[in-house]
Design a protein around this ligand. Sequence first.
Ligand code: ACO
Length: 380
Amino acid sequence: MPEAAPSFSPGLEGVVAAKSRLCQIDGTQGKLYYLGYAIEDLAEHSSFEEVCFLLWRERLPRARELEELRGQLQEYRQDCRDLFDFVGRFPHTARPMDMLRTCVSWLGCRDPHPGDASGEANFRRAVAVTAHFPTAVAAFHRFREKQSPVPPHARLSHAANFLYMLTGKQPSDLAARVMDVALILHADHEMNASTFASLVTASTMSDLYSALTTGVGTLKGPLHGGANEAVVQMLEKIGSVENVESYLSEAFAQKKKIMGFGHRVYKTYDPRARIFKRYADELSRADGDRRFFEINERIEELMQKRVGSHGIYPNVDFYSGIVYRSLGVASDLFTPIFSIARAAGWTAHVLESWQKNRIYRPASVYEGPGPRAYVPLDER
Ligand code: ACO
């Protein structure tokens, strides 16, 4: 029997690239689970640190284990002097995602035992890198604002510490909780583009830092994590609720995508978008600035009429940007916040994949010319 020609799936749609115990999506029902726990329950009752433990250790921690992980994150977070020096040397015009990508690479150069590929060494690296991401992003932002970096606070959570290091002020309980939930919602998401890209790098038995550098670089694009910033740019362009209809008509006429809508897996409302929407509503009521929330709601209403029946609904990025904006975060830090959270998922997937590794080496369909004679330079 001749071997069947492999079929080509643009964008690898429908291709199963891994088996994993970590994250499950039901794109028809709009459900998301980490290790079987519904995202709504985790957002309501858990913390980002607890979700990190869940993803890394594949079970919920006991109280003592959670305290231990908090302590480890804190210890790595405190080790930030040379990180400040490194981040302080970036051009202030650098894009924060480019800085972060380079920073992860530098963290690899700073590892005292780069050749230690043991499971325990890689677990320690996962904790350390996750601890350092918020510090790098916050310090870079302060340097470019011509302010000194703020060392981490010994008693604040991962999420609250990020806001503290960014502003130099202890965040309100509401702001700290909203950031914590945002990190929980973004911590993992099955075989998304950046996780897949990280896994490809990891599958060559490269190293964790290289895999994460790949992850950050892949997340940056506006079709993936960069959409949260693009949504707010779109809202600024639209300006008012009255302009939404004409903006959408023009965008559809030009076959432009509406940022924050559509998903490869969800063909209904992304459950994370629902949670972000609730916080966007609450925060905009609290600060009395409802303009962006109302524009978003109008876009949602009109998009539902236009393309809801095609399975195009708000994704996680549609309301997250306006939530971060309400917290006073600069718009080019939205995607870095996504990275701060996804560090947990990327590292968890890489550690899991190394338990049973096989190099990724797919195929392509050749479309070029057939075999032919080489033409010497002077005969062309
Ligand atoms: N606005 C308008 N139409 C859309 C949108 C959108 N946001 N998304 C998809 N469509 C339409 C496409 O035009 C296409 O229509 P057609 O079949 O008539 O040509 C159909 O839906 C399928 O779209 P694809 O782009 O082929 O779907 P794919 O699965 O490849 O892409 C993606 C998914 C990249 C998320 C896409 O929906 C998109 O570009 N959305 C906007 C960017 C965005 O919000 N990205 C964040 C995604 S979530 C995340 O990564 C964190």
